[in-house]
Design a protein around this ligand. Structure first.
Ligand SMILES: *[C@@H]1O[C@H](CO)[C@@H](O)[C@H](O)[C@H]1NC(C)=O
Ligand SMILES: *[C@@H]1O[C@H](CO)[C@@H](O)[C@H](O)[C@H]1NC(C)=O
Length: 183
């Protein structure tokens, strides 16, 4: 697969959604933004490639101003009846999914948490070096070691498992709720 083709496809579909969203409405409000959801998991090579290459390019451009980006770190993990989460790439993936969920909660601004997640997925051995200041590091660590991270992950599990149609692989991308196959 040529590395530019998924991005080109993404951009084209983006523009199509954009034109559609604005066709009967000249004033842009939040509700007119293209809803781009990424269902992914940490440590998955194709997710890392999508985040650090394709999505990074989209967000480097002006497309972010028309995009409502939502990252959902759960992917192919599973929740058992007793709410224990099991991850495809083991404990380390579960930990990084939770750290990333905590980062999203700490920095609701997509540009801030996306930059962090892009950094972590680019160098998963040292996520702490991706945190810009000690206050944020403490917030993320408090979230991770407390009940908040479990609550966030169960919420992301719910969002992932409620997808219609169901996700078939990761990364799974939806634009305005419709799956974008083959990214
Ligand atoms: C939860 O369930 C899993 C399997 O379904 C089991 O392996 C694990 O020990 C259980 N954990 C607790 C805390 O009961
Ligand atoms: C997600 O949460 C809603 C509301 O609590 C619940 O009705 C639904 O069954 C949950 N879905 C899954 C797949 O866990």
């Amino acid at each position: 697969m040529a590395s530019s083709s998924p991005l080109n496809k993404l951009v084209l579909i983006f523009l199509a959604c954009f034109v559609f969203a604005f066709s009967d409405n000249l004033v842009a409000g939040d509700s007119d933004k293209v809803k781009l959801n990424l269902y992914y998991e940490s440590l998955c090579p194709y997710c890392q490639k999508f985040i650090t290459e394709d999505l990074a390019k989209v967000l480097d451009s002006d497309l972010l101003t028309i995009t409502d980006l939502k990252l959902v770190p759960f992917g192919n993990a599973e929740v058992s009846d007793n709410s224990t989460v099991t991850c495809q790439h083991g404990e380390e993936e579960c930990k990084l999914n939770a750290i990333e969920a905590c980062a999203i909660s700490t920095w609701p601004d997509p540009m801030l948490h996306f930059s962090f997640i892009m950094c972590v997925e680019g160098s998963t051995k040292d996520w702490e070096s991706c945190v810009p200041d000690p206050t944020s590091l403490k917030a993320i660590n408090d979230c991770y070691s407390g009940d908040l991270s479990k609550k966030l992950i169960l919420e992301y599990a719910n969002q992932t498992l409620s997808l219609e149609p169901k996700h078939e692989y990761v990364p799974w991308v939806t634009l305005n709720g419709e799956p974008l196959y083959d990214v």
